[in-house]
Design a protein around this ligand. Sequence first.
Ligand SMILES: NC(=O)c1ccc[n+]([C@@H]2O[C@H](COP(=O)([O-])OP(=O)(O)OC[C@H]3O[C@@H](n4cnc5c(N)ncnc54)[C@H](O)[C@@H]3O)[C@@H](O)[C@H]2O)c1
Length: 275
Amino acid sequence: MSRPEALVGRTAVVTGAASGIGRALARRLSAAGCPVAIADVDEPGLKEASADLTGPVLRQVLDVRDAAAVTAFAQTVSEWAPAPLGAVFNNAGVAIGSSVLGALPADDDWLHEINFRGVVNGVRAFLPALVAQDSGTIVNTSSVYGLIGVPYQSAYCAAKFAVRGFTEALRQELRGTGVRAATVHPGGVKTNIARNARFRADPEGRGRTHEQIAAEFDAIARTTPERAAAIIHKGVDRGKARILVGPDAYLVDALARLAPTRYYDIVASLRRSRR
Ligand SMILES: NC(=O)c1ccc[n+]([C@@H]2O[C@H](COP(=O)([O-])OP(=O)(O)OC[C@H]3O[C@@H](n4cnc5c(N)ncnc54)[C@H](O)[C@@H]3O)[C@@H](O)[C@H]2O)c1
């Protein structure tokens, strides 16, 4: 397969662009000369994020759960875009920490609607334009938790495995066209994901507050959002189908292949030794 065109100079769409990886991606791509269409449900955060962008910007307050609104956003982008679409980053996401027994169905539904349905909405809205121009990449954010199952992350793992399955199926459908589909599997990236997560109680029963859980996440997450954005950008430019972000993502990927039923024994002992 030939390589896709480099992203530089082409329009990029980023959801979840008010914070973390999405914000860093928008900043990086804008600095590289891409017009960027950024969307997020967090209006003040989106305003702040657009302040550090240097080139053409389209800013849209958007809830990715709303399929009609995502379709309208795609229409607005196609009318605005000063250059052909280079990539659509379906990046918006949230987290929950809960046991399966303790899970509130409403919380799990909230997560699935954003982390999986939101990605599907983005693909459905933008794919027709990409297919019509016969170029560009759909980039869907999964996680290392889309490679392995982890305790207290059942909803998150299920949604991220779903993103991976959906994207890999789409990639096969796109064979023979100029359009690509890539899945991103970040390891720990120092963002607001744990602070913005829903925790009803410490899922591990250790009595930690939400802030303590977020601080533990910060200590484990080694990759900066800027580094994550650089890896994702390069991965898309190289036409990678699967973009692993951070050394921990490579470790998890290897463990999932080498020890498909025992990987968590190793992950758990690594976690214990880090505490
Ligand atoms: N940080 C990590 O360690 C990590 C690891 C693996 C995967 N991821 C994934 O990376 C993606 C980005 O997360 P992040 O770490 O930058 O987190 P973050 O919390 O810093 O950013 C996520 C952004 O998504 C936005 N968002 C949430 N719900 C939305 C909705 N309904 N519609 C539109 N926007 C919405 C938030 O407002 C926020 O700006 C997510 O899909 C996340 O699951 C993160």
